[in-house]
Design a protein around this ligand. Sequence first.
Ligand SMILES: Nc1ncnc2c1ncn2[C@@H]1O[C@H](COP(=O)(O)OP(=O)(O)OP(=O)(O)O)[C@@H](O)[C@H]1O
Ligand SMILES: Cc1ncsc1CCO
Ligand SMILES: [Mg+2]
Length: 284
Amino acid sequence: MEEKKTIPETQKEEEEEEEDWGSKAWKLITKVREKAPLIQCITNYVSMDIMANTLLASGASPAMLHSINEISDFTPHVHALCINIGTLSPDWLPSMKSSATLATQLNIPWVLDPVAVSASDFRLKACLQLVGLKPVVIRGNASEILALSTASVGSDKLSKINRCGRSSLKSLAQACGAVVAVSGAVDIITDGKRVVGVHNGVPMMQRDYATGCAVTALIAAFLAADPLRPFEATASALSIFGVAGEIGMDLAKGPASLRMHLIDSLHGLDQKSVFSGVNITSMP
Ligand SMILES: Nc1ncnc2c1ncn2[C@@H]1O[C@H](COP(=O)(O)OP(=O)(O)OP(=O)(O)O)[C@@H](O)[C@H]1O
Ligand SMILES: Cc1ncsc1CCO
Ligand SMILES: [Mg+2]
């Protein structure tokens, strides 16, 4: 007869919490599909197409409106807002600020993507002004989040050994009052207290421009589905996008076909694939 092993209580709790992410993510994508939230994106010229198609494939309704003449009429009616500074110019910045200000005043969740924040002084200053307008989530790659950390928290306060490590990420989240997400092979998400890692996605996603921008928009859709739990929404969106990338990669021949298959997989994602694919773990 097989020997019965007993699992220590703490390990059991951790396993239960980790197992639970599959159902959290499934509930959120289901809610996005049911609610079809309206997501305003003020984004760059490169990402508009993949972002709109990612949102549509998830069940959300994208709207790429950026004219200053339309913000006051339109932003109050959206369920979430995504601001991306990828092709920032002086004439778009007032629209971004105005839309972000309205969203914060009206309790509409919004997410900031600090694309290439350290490329110029103009971009860094603009990004810090936007951070001051209280995004609910900031999602960038490691170099962008490191640049933002150094500028927002101060290089002297960051550990020299572990400058983009978990403790500096937590400090950034606390300083900004936002959930901070760093994408990469393992995406790291923190709300300043909790930290989780998302172990989904495939390396080929880095060979395709604007996948980062697209997942930031998906975070906005998940925020619209559950505005009170931005940490869970952010981790789930990153995981679901990664699972769609994994399934898409089985059919793809390279970056261009991955883009197509990722969007198809996101559209067709079922409960079984979400439960077996979502891989989110707590981090100390
Ligand atoms: N090595 C990897 N393995 C698995 N998934 C990855 C890897 N690198 C990136 N990803 C995934 O690709 C997506 C985009 O992340 P990335 O860090 O490339 O964003 P980014 O640099 O902001 O992209 P862009 O600026 O082109 O929009 C995320 O969903 C992330 O999880
Ligand atoms: C290539 C590129 N240039 C500005 S934004 C962008 C898309 C990826 O962020
Ligand atoms: Mg990016």
